[in-house]
Ligand binder design. Structure first.
Ligand SMILES: Nc1ncnc2c1ncn2[C@@H]1O[C@H](COP(=O)(O)OP(=O)(O)OP(=O)(O)O)[C@@H](O)[C@H]1O
Length: 254
């Protein structure tokens, strides 16, 4: 079976008026259906840039990216992005209208069907009681849940999550991570998740790609993360191993 997402030898550059900045260099990985695939690396290693490229917003200078065997040439409803910022919702629309919006515009779904689907996903993230509220009345964690419901309601092939919980307090962050895993258990969606937290990568991912500091290159891939557990201390051991891999030379495969 071929991979859902295939990233092959991808170099991403930004051209500013004074310089060319290489964000990632010849990065390759592939994501299978139902993977919780994490891109992990220090600040500035190009994780967000990679995610935006998969989203179709940045074109590679070299290499290629394919989803379902098709070359990625621009954004599409098969890939939905969820960002860190709390202001990604439309402030003049209610929770329900925010979740319905891309269903009506990108999917061109009839209003009644869009509303039914939006309500179902709002319920999945536990926000039915605020369905008619406006974003400014919600907490940061609730806004992120709405953004997740909106992304999931589109039923994309892959959810692209860029540090979605990084701006939350520690307790809310943990709750949101648990809820995301709970949702995954229910629907087995595919997610490409960016973080610079090793603990979060281990908690969320079943596979983790380690990227070197700027410019980002693949250091190693950690597989079978699901087998580690907090109880027997294997999660703590893996955390230490990943830390050593990320911050030591030379790169070794795990
Ligand atoms: N719009 C831009 N123009 C020029 N350079 C950029 C732009 N966006 C990012 N960069 C540079 O590209 C490199 C990778 O940035 P990117 O945001 O992808 O890293 P990151 O790993 O996601 O970092 P963080 O965890 O801090 O968000 C950095 O050196 C950054 O300064």
């Amino acid at each position: 079976m071929s991979a859902l997402l295939d990233v092959d030898g991808v170099t991403l550059r930004y051209k500013t008026s004074s310089a060319v900045i290489t964000a990632t260099e010849r990065v390759g990985f592939s994501v299978d259906r139902s993977d919780r695939f994490v891109l992990l690396g220090p600040s500035g290693c190009g994780k967000s840039t990679l995610l935006k490229a998969v989203g179709g917003y940045i074109k590679p200078s070299e290499g290629r990216m394919r989803i379902n065997g098709r070359e990625i040439t621009g954004p599409g409803a098969d890939r939905m992005m969820i960002f860190q910022e709390f202001d990604q919702l439309l402030p003049w629309k209610t929770v329900l209208a925010n979740v319905m919006f891309p269903l009506l515009t990108a999917r061109r779904m009839p209003r009644k069907e869009a509303e039914g689907r939006a309500r179902a996903y709002i319920e999945k993230v536990g926000l039915t009681r605020v369905v008619d509220a406006y974003p400014h009345t919600l907490s940061g964690g609730m806004k992120q849940r709405v953004a997740i419901a909106r992304g999931m309601a589109m039923e994309p092939d892959i959810l692209l999550m860029d540090e979605p919980f990084a701006a939350l307090d520690a307790l809310t962050r943990r709750t949101c991570q648990d809820e995301l895993l709970q949702l995954w258990n229910e629907t087995k969606f595919t997610v490409l998740f960016v973080t610079h937290s090793i603990a979060e990568a281990i908690k969320i991912g079943n596979r983790i790609l380690l990227l070197s500091p700027h410019p980002g290159r693949v250091k190693a891939e950690v597989i079978d993360v699901d087998k580690v557990s907090a109880e027997d201390g294997s999660a703590a051991r893996l955390e230490k191993q990943i830390h050593d891999l990320l911050f030591s030379e030379p790169a070794t495969a795990h």
